[in-house]
Design a protein around this ligand. Structure first.
Ligand SMILES: Nc1ncnc2c1ncn2[C@@H]1O[C@H](COP(=O)(O)OP(=O)(O)OP(=O)(O)O)[C@@H](O)[C@H]1O
Length: 248
C-alpha cells in the first residue's frame, strides 16, 4: 500500500464497522514524532474506537495503521505494546494493594510476564527509573503509600507513570482529567506538557479548559470522520465544529 513516511503514526483509510455501522470511516491521520495531539468530538464520534484500533483491542475492517512504518492492524495487542505503544484507559488499572514504588517497579518491561517476575531482580537501573518517573508524576513523596489510599488524581498519575516505565514512543490517554479537581487538572496539564517532550502523546478529552492548556494541534472527529483539524484557535472558531460540538 503506502510508502514509508517520517511520521511516527500514519493512519490511512481506516474503517471499522460494527454490524454495518461505521464507527471509524476511511480516516486519515498522521502524528509526528514528539507531537501532542488532542482529539475532541461529540459522544459516539469514534474517538475511543480509534484508540482501540491503534492499540489492537479492536480489529480494523480495512485500512492501514503504520507505527514507525510497521503495519499494526495485523498485530496482537501485546505485540503492539512491545513496539512502543502505551494506552491508558478511562478507569485506572493500578494494583491497589501495592505501594506506589511497587506499582512502578512491576511495570518495568523486564519485570513483566510470569517468567519475568520470577527472575526479576530489582537492579539499580530499575530503581533509578522508578525514582525518575515518580518525580515526573509528582509522587516522589508517596513512594511507600499504598495505591488504594491515593487521591483519584494521584491514581491517574500513577497509571501514567506505569506506562512511562515502559518508555513508549506513543502514549494514548482517554479522558485523563475526568473526575479530577481543578488543581489536579492543572497539574495533569503540566505533566502532559513535560512528558510529550520526548514522546508522542494522543489525548482524547472533553474538558475544553484543559484542552486549551495542552493543545497544539487538534483533530475533531464526527461520525467516524475528521470534521476539522488544525491549531486550537482555528478549530475553536470553525463553524462546523461549533455546530456539532463546541456550541453544545
Ligand atoms: N464493540 C462495539 N460494537 C458495536 N458498536 C460499537 C462498539 N464500539 C463502539 N461502538 C459504537 O461506535 C460509536 C463510536 O463510539 P466511541 O466510543 O468510539 O465514541 P467516542 O467518540 O469515544 O464517544 P465518547 O465521547 O462518548 O467516549 C458509538 O456509536 C458506539 O456505540
Amino acid at each position: 500500500m503506502s510508502t514509508s513516511t517520517d511520521f511516527l503514526l500514519a493512519i490511512e483509510d481506516l474503517t471499522v464497522s460494527f454490524d454495518g455501522f461505521k464507527a471509524v470511516d476511511t480516516l486519515n491521520m498522521y502524528i509526528d514524532k514528539n507531537e501532542l495531539r488532542v482529539i475532541i468530538g461529540p459522544n459516539g464520534a469514534g474517538k475511543t474506537t480509534l484508540l482501540d484500533l491503534i492499540c489492537g483491542k479492536t480489529k480494523a475492517s480495512s485500512g492501514s495503521i503504520k507505527f514507525k512504518n510497521h503495519e499494526l492492524t495485523k498485530q496482537a495487542e501485546h505485540e503492539i505494546v512491545r513496539t512502543g505503544v502505551g494506552r491508558k484507559f478511562q478507569t485506572p488499572s493500578i494494583y491497589e494493594n501495592l505501594s506506589v514504588y511497587e506499582n512502578l517497579e512491576v511495570s518495568y518491561p523486564e519485570g513483566r510476564g510470569v517468567f519475568g517476575s520470577l527472575f526479576f531482580k530489582s537492579t539499580d537501573k530499575v530503581r533509578d527509573t522508578v525514582l525518575q518517573i515518580a518525580e515526573e508524576i509528582q509522587l516522589l513523596d508517596e513512594l511507600d503509600t499504598e495505591a488504594a489510599v491515593l487521591s483519584h488524581g494521584q491514581k491517574q498519575w500513577l497509571e501514567i507513570g506505569m506506562l512511562l516505565m515502559q518508555d513508549p514512543e506513543l502514549l494514548m490517554l482517554d479522558e485523563p482529567v475526568a473526575g479530577m479537581s481543578a488543581k489536579e487538572r492543572d497539574e495533569t496539564a503540566e505533566l502532559l506538557n513535560r512528558i510529550c517532550q520526548n514522546r508522542s502523546v494522543i489525548v482524547i478529552e472533553h474538558d475544553m479548559e484543559f484542552v486549551k492548556k495542552i493543545a497544539r494541534k487538534v483533530t475533531v472527529l464526527h461520525q467516524g470522520k475528521i470534521l476539522a483539524e488544525g491549531a486550537m484557535d482555528n478549530v475553536q472558531n470553525d463553524e462546523k465544529v461549533i455546530e456539532v460540538y463546541l456550541g453544545h
